[in-house]
Ligand binder design. Structure first.
Ligand SMILES: CC(=O)SCCNC(=O)CCNC(=O)[C@H](O)C(C)(C)COP(=O)(O)OP(=O)(O)OC[C@H]1O[C@@H](n2cnc3c(N)ncnc32)[C@H](O)[C@@H]1OP(=O)(O)O
Ligand SMILES: CC(C)C(=O)C(=O)O
Ligand SMILES: [Mg+2]
Length: 514
């Protein structure tokens, strides 16, 4: 089986992302994690570009134990000398030279003839080869370069002693078919191509960087250049994690092996995200927070029965603890029951059905349903099931800075009749409780009132717990709702119902209003 080398350029091309600026300490942290991940080569920076990059490349070259470390360099001798100063103490000193080879770059940017580009490349490779053990040369904008010229310049740098030739899609212009054909062409037509390593380096301007990198591998590339989370210049580079996992999962297709420790992928992605401040989108392949999450009921049911129905990658493969079955309005009873069991409840089917109904109602109103929400629904439902003497049907509260808080409640009474009552209070909760007192027809003494938010976020559920004395008995009542006043009213009604359930014989007469 062929072996594919991973050349990580997070610290060089990745740092070219507009607005990104990593300090030396942060770069070292990332380099050490890349080493743990097992990348073959770390491009740590561009030593001649500035002092910070020079010192950082030097520090990383001396600190990293297993990966090779390299630095980017223009063809100028002064750039190569600076790169040498930074890299000379690394176990296998390695340099990455580059020059553009497309007509548009040569004519308008470099203002050099093709012959001058060949001449400078050959000279730079020879000069670098006198110092570095491994010399890589890149034909910048290779995918827009004339193939005859590409063949010619490649043959010249091979004769000059280059070890690796990289053919980048610098502007993310190519397609999978084109880049596959280009690699196949150079492999078959460039003299000496069999003696060097061929590398691919794709950008994501048209969203094809990963597909193009994989197509280049099919065409004959032995090395892929990429970045963690796909960060980089403009739309970014090909993402390492996507290429690595694609090669692994579709080994049957690519027939290639690699030496990455895939279980380090999630950790590496999180570190880079944290240090760069670049948030990984939830739907990002492999490392997004939703990459192993399922919300649709039919998918959740499939995954519970057999995970491979909807998961082609196990979360553990890339260092993610477990998959997630996210409960929401599209979830079904199988996933809901699974969660209820996970929370330690095992209600009978009819109760489960009832709580599932409350869950669906809540999920229609609330974006994220947490374990705490489910727990609260289960507990609340259990309390409510103990008795249904009073059932609050509607609540309306008028509050404002210039009027007296007034609550109106419609209640289903123990005898099944409906009644409506209103009362005022010095505050809105008091108005609610005064109204309830009128409805039940005898005083309810509020001994304690506690309110807390069940889950986090703006749409969190409010949970109210009250201790009351009613008809000579004390009781706890609990209520959960989106609205604080509604939760308060439910708690009060719940406390009264519990008292009625415990002492049915002493049930006080329902109010006159029934
Ligand atoms: C495709 C890529 O990602 S290539 C890497 C791109 N990365 C960077 O540019 C980041 C670091 N760059 C820098 O810090 C600066 O651009 C430097 C230090 C390299 C150069 O800065 P300056 O000397 O001020 O030049 P400036 O950046 O404005 O222009 C680039 C010059 O290099 C030339 N050049 C571009 N590529 C090469 C090359 N491979 N070899 C030699 N010269 C090159 C350009 O033609 C231009 O030359 P000119 O000054 O004669 O017109
Ligand atoms: C320096 C080269 C390899 C590069 O980053 C590109 O062409 O995109
Ligand atoms: Mg690039």
């Amino acid at each position: 089986m062929r072996r594919i080398d991973f050349f990580d350029t997070t610290l060089r091309d990745g740092e070219q992302q507009p607005g990104l600026n990593l300090n030396r300490d942060e770069k070292l942290k990332i380099a050490k994690q890349l080493d743990r991940l097992g990348v073959d080569i770390i491009e740590a920076g561009f030593p001649a570009s500035n002092d910070g990059d020079f010192h950082s490349v030097q520090q990383i070259a001396n600190a990293v134990k297993n990966s090779s470390v390299t630095g980017l360099s223009r063809l100028a001798k002064s750039d190569i000398d600076t790169a040498w100063e930074a890299l000379k103490d690394s176990p296998i000193p390695r340099i990455h030279l580059f020059i553009a080879t497309s007509a548009v770059h040569m004519d308008h940017k470099l203002m050099m003839t093709p012959e001058e580009v060949i001449r400078d490349s050959v000279e730079a490779v020879r000069y670098a080869k006198e110092r570095f053990s491994v010399v890589q040369w890149s034909a910048e904008d290779a995918c827009r370069t004339d193939w005859a010229f590409l063949t010619k310049i490649m043959e010249e740098v091979i004769k000059a002693g280059v070890d690796v030739i990289n053919l980048p899609d610098t502007v993310g212009y190519t397609t999978p078919q084109e880049i596959r054909a280009m690699f196949k062409y150079v492999k078959e037509n460039v003299k000496g191509a069999e003696d060097i390593t061929l590398s691919t380096h794709c950008h994501d301007d048209l969203g094809m960087a990963v597909a193009n990198s994989l197509a280049a591998v099919e065409g004959g590339a032995d090395q892929v250049e990429c970045t963690i989370n796909g960060i980089g210049e403009r739309a970014g580079n090909a993402s390492l994690e996507e290429i690595a996992v694609a090669l692994h999962i579709r080994q049957d297709h690519y027939e290639a092996k690699q030496s990455l420790s895939l279980q380090e992928i999630k950790r590496t992605s999180s570190l880079v995200s944290k240090l760069t401040g670049n948030v990984v989108p939830g739907n990002k392949a492999i490392v997004g927070s939703n990459a192993f999450a399922h919300e649709a009921g039919i998918h959740q049911d499939g995954v519970l029965k057999e995970s491979t129905t909807y998961e082609i990658i196990t979360p553990e493969l890339v260092g993610v603890d477990t998959n997630k079955l996210v409960l929401g309005k599209l979830s079904g009873k199988h996933a809901f029951k699974n969660k209820v069991l996970e929370l330690g409840f095992d209600p009978p089917e009819d109760e489960l059905k009832r709580v599932f109904k409350s869950f669906k109602q809540l999920a229609n109103k609330k974006k994220d349903i947490s374990d705490d929400d489910i727990f609260a629904l289960l507990v609340a439902d259990k309390f409510e099931e103990e008795t249904k003497a009073y059932e609050m049907l509607a609540l309306q509260v008028n509050v404002g800075t210039h009027n007296i808080p007034t609550a109106t409640i419609t209640m289903k009474m123990p005898d099944g009749q409906e009644t409506r009552e209103a009362a005022t209070g010095s505050g809105s909760v008091e108005a609610v409780y005064n109204t309830l007192e009128r409805i039940v027809g005898s005083p309810i003494q509020l001994d304690d009132y506690r309110i807390q938010s069940v889950s986090s976020g703006e749409d969190a559920l409010a949970e109210v717990v009250v201790h009351v004395t009613y008809a000579g008995q004390t009781s706890i009542g609990r209520g959960t709702a989106h609205d604080v006043l509604e939760a308060s009213a439910h708690a009060y009604v719940n406390a009264v119902n519990r008292i009625l359930a415990e002492a049915p014989s002493e049930q006080p007469e329902p109010s006159l209003h029934s």
